[in-house]
Structures are given as structure tokens and as C-alpha cells.
Design a protein around this ligand. Structure first.
Ligand code: ADP
Length: 209
């Protein structure tokens, strides 16, 4: 279980961004977090993944601190895969940077063998995002925080990536947090949805059928 408890956070200028935010992400579940832009979704995502420290409150994994194994166990993906890869490396090297991504994962995400010899700049955004997802799916991964992960992609590529990813995470018992400003996307994908209100009240989404 990935748990955020009473998270408070302000950037250096001092305006509070998150106040007393708590949530739980269970293994094998898909949780949606929706809010308009500027409400602190990415800030919370980075805190959940251990990239940013809260001013108060805590993030725990199975009751303990995220700790030294965090990079394998909790991964963060966002809408800019091109910023997450070395532009001078070929895709084969990028793909195996964290773990020797197996054939099955590659196939499930529709990564074509012909892409492996290319550089990141020679792939589309959707193609590149598949590499970043595959790289994140380390065998020890427990939770994936997907922050507007497909916002920049066309609807067909979005649908394909999500259906493949949700299949993989259900099979492997990985918790998936889908962070989006798009309620329709969250409605299609998620077991549960919460809304992050501005400063900052988490509500269950009561508009769900
Ligand atoms: P969302 O993901 O919901 O769009 P963000 O977490 O990106 O929201 O941003 C929440 C607020 O924090 C915004 O007002 C944004 O301008 C501000 N913010 C984001 N990153 C920083 C930063 N590094 N320094 C200062 N303010 C920031």
C-alpha cells in the first residue's frame, strides 16, 4: 500500500499548494485523481514518488518509509517522455537502463524491434512514452504514478497505451494512480476517483454512475 498522510506543501514563495492531503493506493487498483490545472496534482505526484519532500505529513510504502529502493518500487511518469531520456542514446540502451526489459513487456506495449536502433528524436511522442512505461515496469515496481501521462497524445494512441498498461498492472498487482484533468478518461480507467479541490479537500467523485 502506498499511503500519503496529511501532506502539506508550499514552494519557496510560500503560497500553500497542498494542505492536509491523504490518500491510499492499493496493489492492483487503479485510482484516479482529478483536478483542474494548477490545483497541485503534479506537486502531489512528485511527493508520492519521493521526488519532493512534504513540509509535513508522510508518504509510506507498506507502513515504512519509501527508502533506498524507491526508484524501483514507485515510479513517476509524466507527459514529457523526451525529458526523461538521454537524447544521445539509442532506444535499446534507454530501454535497458533500469532493468533488462523482457520481450513480453515490450510486445504488450507495442514496442517495435525496428525502433530500438533509433534516437529519441526519431520517435513520436506515443512511441517514446511506451519506452518510458516499459522501463518503469521493473519487476519490483509496486506503484506507478502517471501524471497526465498521455495528455499530449492523440486519442487512438492514448486508448492503446492505457489498455495495454492497465492489463499489465492488473496482472502484476501494481497500484496505478492516474492523475488527469480529464474526468472522462478517469471514468473509463479507474476503480475509484477522487477530486483534488483547491486547497485541498479530497472528495470521492459523486458524479460517477
Ligand atoms: P497541477 O499539476 O494541478 O497543474 P502543479 O502541482 O503543477 O498543479 O502546480 C500547483 C501550483 O504550484 C501552481 O500554482 C504552480 O504555479 C505552482 N508551482 C509548481 N511548481 C512550482 C515550482 N517549482 N516553484 C514554485 N511554484 C510552483
Amino acid at each position: 500500500m502506498l499511503r500519503a498522510e496529511n501532506i502539506c506543501f508550499a514552494y519557496r514563495r510560500g503560497t500553500p499548494i497542498l494542505r492536509d492531503v491523504s490518500l491510499e493506493l492499493a496493489p492492483g487498483r487503479v485510482l484516479g485523481l482529478i483536478a483542474p490545472s494548477g490545483h497541485g496534482k503534479s506537486t502531489l505526484a512528485r511527493i508520492l514518488a519521493g521526488w519532493e519532500r512534504p513540509d509535513s505529513g508522510a508518504v509510506t510504502l507498506d507502513g515504512g518509509p519509501l527508502g533506498a529502493h524507491r526508484p524501483c518500487r514507485v515510479q513517476y511518469l509524466n507527459q514529457n517522455p523526451e525529458l526523461a531520456v538521454n537524447p544521445r542514446w539509442r532506444m535499446e540502451r534507454i530501454l535497458t537502463e533500469c532493468w533488462p526489459v523482457d520481450e513480453r513487456t515490450r510486445r504488450a506495449l507495442g514496442i517495435e524491434p525496428g525502433w530500438l536502433g533509433r534516437f529519441p528524436g526519431e520517435l513520436s511522442g506515443g512511441e517514446l512514452q511506451r519506452f518510458c512505461i516499459a522501463r518503469a515496469l521493473h519487476p519490483r515496481l509496486r506503484h506507478l504514478v502517471a501524471d497526465e501521462m498521455t495528455t499530449m497524445l492523440d486519442p487512438i494512441t492514448q486508448a492503446l497505451i492505457w489498455s495495454r498498461l492497465v492489463g499489465l498492472i492488473r496482472e502484476r498487482g501494481i497500484g496505478l494512480l492516474v492523475i488527469t484533468h480529464n474526468p472522462a478518461l478517469a471514468g473509463r480507467l479507474c476503480d475509484d476517483i477522487i477530486r483534488l479541490e483547491r486547497i485541498n479537500h479530497l472528495d470521492p467523485d459523486e458524479s460517477r454512475p
